[in-house]
Design a binder for this molecule. Structure first.
Ligand code: 3SL
Length: 246
């Protein structure tokens, strides 16, 4: 197995796809997707374009649908939810399909949706994702951070490093056995330096600071805490993620 980290969807090699592609948007899209599925959402349907989301979701039964929209960190007018994982309680999402569009995370999912296996990962479900990847042993794994509008983000790259570090430990292999690119090595180094202070790192991160201005302190804490959700969001049809059945 070869592991690759890409800081943003724009950095992925064009015209190529791996066997397994993992979208990462720790702040906050993939954390929210994990939280919603963990609370019993029927599925998550991701869109980069808000107008398309509105058109497609209109055809879904109103009582079984939720619309989540975020731009610049704030909730989009006309949506039921923004992009806070803490809003995704069972009372709100159970049995419903969450149609979601966010600034960066849903664009990442769109970029990788042609891969054979498509997963959504965050720190909250790191171990569940690692266990799944180790059980499948795909030949090539891309971990694609979402960043912010094309730029690098600390929180996504540290999550890629956390996943890779744990895969290496579980497989009992050397870094050189699995490292597919330089970014993979750098992401593990970032994780090893900050693994005991992830929340501090999130407060340093530019998007962390953006969320602090929006007073999303509880979101930051939730998103920075690893391994709280035993859930594997996996693409079951184009653009649709569901919880992997055990
Ligand atoms: O960039 C994204 O896709 C969002 O996760 C950003 S936010 O955390 O909702 O502001």
């Amino acid at each position: 197995m070869k592991l690759y980290t890409y800081h943003t969807p724009e950095r992925t090699p064009s015209g190529e796809l791996p066997v397994c592609a993992i979208a990462i948007d720790v702040l906050r899209a993939t954390t929210t997707i994990s939280a919603a599925l963990n609370s019993g959402a029927e599925a998550i349907q991701a869109f980069s374009n808000m107008d398309v989301l509105m058109q497609v979701s209109e055809k879904w039964p109103a009582e079984l649908r939720l619309r989540g929209g975020e731009r610049g960190g704030a909730k989009v007018a006309g949506c039921d939810l923004g992009n806070s994982p803490l809003d995704c309680t069972p009372a709100v999402v159970k049995g419903k399909r969450l149609f979601i569009s966010t600034t960066n995370g849903t664009r990442t999912l769109e970029r990788i949706q042609g891969a054979k296996i498509v997963l959504a990962a965050a720190l909250v479900n790191r171990h569940a994702i690692v266990d799944y990847v180790v059980s499948q042993q795909p030949e090539t794994v891309w971990m694609v951070g979402s960043g912010w509008e094309g730029d690098y983000s600390l929180e996504d790259t540290v999550c890629a490093g956390a996943i890779a570090d744990s895969i290496i430990t579980k497989l009992g292999v050397k870094l050189s056995d699995v490292a597919g690119n330089d970014e993979l090595v750098a992401s593990i180094a970032l994780y090893r330096q900050w693994q005991d202070n992830l929340l501090d790192l999130f407060y340093l991160a530019s998007h962390g600071q953006r969320l602090v201005k929006l007073e999303c302190f509880d979101d930051l804490k939730f998103c920075a805490t690893p391994d709280t959700l035993n859930i594997v969001p996996i693409q079951t049809s184009l653009g649709v993620l569901q919880s992997l059945k055990p």
